[in-house]
Design a protein around this ligand. Structure first.
Ligand code: NI
Length: 392
């Protein structure tokens, strides 16, 4: 089967690259992926799939039945681009000014479409069924949760969820896997610090929110360094500060926004109750008021051990066991985590890294398209391995 899949991918790779280039030209941001989702639906329909559109606004799904009853596998690709002006100079560069597929999601779509087209031809070779899921808004505000709320894990009920990300910090054509926590829970918070403005020369007549904000920023780092287990990584980052109009005026208000990260589900649930008392303490001491708006985001992404073992097998069949490496956990977030919160599965990184290559979310981001073939082979091998595994 491994050989057969290899041959199919070799034959279809030029077409898969064409699909990727067409998608690369039309990047659209979260929940605006109108052209992208109709391109996906059209490609699947032309191949004879029955397609459902409009899930989570711009999401697309298609179901493929194998040979007889068995497990239902969800294969997921994200489909959104980013608000970045492309500077790659590629002949198939973005035709949407100010927008770019700078994270590789165009590659993910092409990989999943290629996988769907090949598995359709091999449908007598596996049991159960495959649900292909093309999900909007991974980069924000998040489409996975909405797709689940709209029933993507039901009818038929999904047993396993599988996905991948092209990954620039891993060498080209290596596949990196890790059982357990792989990506961080990611929340956002907004904080208004409200004081009393006045002349910069007379701080004693004011309640200075700038000074209080500075203390809050420092104090929040104490949560990480003094409250958290140093063996369990956590991050608090303040990303924006807004306040003030002139060098000699103490403003009434300062606005901060930030993010928290953790790989631990329990820590994730407790962030607000750790941040709030620190903010409260500082603000009380400074005589200012505050308003904290804490918004839970994506859960930690946790790979199932048994499925990850099978994925290792599929990866070894794809790139050789010497090219299957242990993934390093990252504090980046990924809404694939929502599916993996509900059903066991595995999220993998496919290496696209070359010396000096541009990182993700960079205007020069690009990769060798041969890697798309690796992604398709890996997913096809994985479907065969899981569908035909007895202990799964
Ligand atoms: Ni991404």
């Amino acid at each position: 089967m491994k050989q057969k899949i290899k041959e199919y991918v070799q034959t279809k790779l030029p077409g898969i690259i064409e699909l990727r280039r067409a998608l690369h030209k039309i990047p659209e941001t979260g929940f605006n992926e109108v052209k992208t989702s109709s391109f996906i639906a059209r490609t699947l329909e032309q191949a004879g799939f029955e397609v459902t559109t409009g899930i989570a606004k711009t999401g697309v799904t298609a179901l493929l039945k194998g040979n007889g009853p068995g497990k239902t596998l969800l294969l997921r690709s994200d489909i959104d681009g980013l608000p970045i002006a492309e500077e790659t100079g590629l002949p198939f560069a973005s035709t949407h000014p100010g927008f770019m597929h700078a994270c590789g999601h165009d590659g993910h779509i092409a990989i999943l479409l290629g996988t769907a087209l090949i598995l359709k031809e091999l449908k007598n070779q596996f049991s159960g069924q495959i649900k292909f899921v093309f999900q909007p808004a991974e980069e924000g505000p998040g489409g996975a949760k909405l797709m689940i709320e709209e029933g993507v894990l039901d009818n038929p009920k999904v047993d396993y969820a599988l996905g991948l990300h092209l990954w620039a910090s891993i060498p080209e054509n290596k596949i990196a896997l890790k059982a357990g926590p792989l990506m961080a829970a990611m929340d956002r918070f907004d904080l208004d610090i409200i004081g009393k403005g006045g002349h910069g020369a007379m701080p004693h007549l004011c309640k200075d929110p700038v000074d209080a904000a500075a203390q809050v920023i420092n104090t929040l780092q104490r949560v990480v360094s003094r409250q958290m287990n140093p063996l369990s990584p956590t991050v608090v980052t303040i990303g924006t500060i807004q306040g003030g109009t002139a060098f000699n005026i103490i403003p009434d208000k300062v606005h901060l926004s930030g993010t928290t990260r953790t790989l631990d589900k329990e820590v994730w649930k407790g962030w607000e109750s750790r941040l709030e008392p620190m903010i409260n303490g500082v603000c009380t001491a400074a005589g200012v008021k505050y308003k904290l708006d804490y918004q839970p985001g994506y859960p930690p992404l946790i790979n199932d051990s048994a499925v990850t073992e099978i994925a290792r097998q599929a990866a070894a069949e794809t790139v050789g066991s010497e090219n299957v490496i242990e993934a390093e956990a990252t504090m980046g977030g990924e809404d694939m985590a929502f599916y993996l919160e509900q059903v066991p599965g595995c999220y993998a990184f496919i290496g696209i890294g070359t010396p000096g290559c541009a990182p993700h979310h960079n205007s020069h981001f690009a990769f060798n398209e041969e890697v798309l073939g690796t992604g398709v082979k890996y997913l096809c091998n994985l479907v065969m391995e899981i569908s035909n595994a007895r202990n799964c």
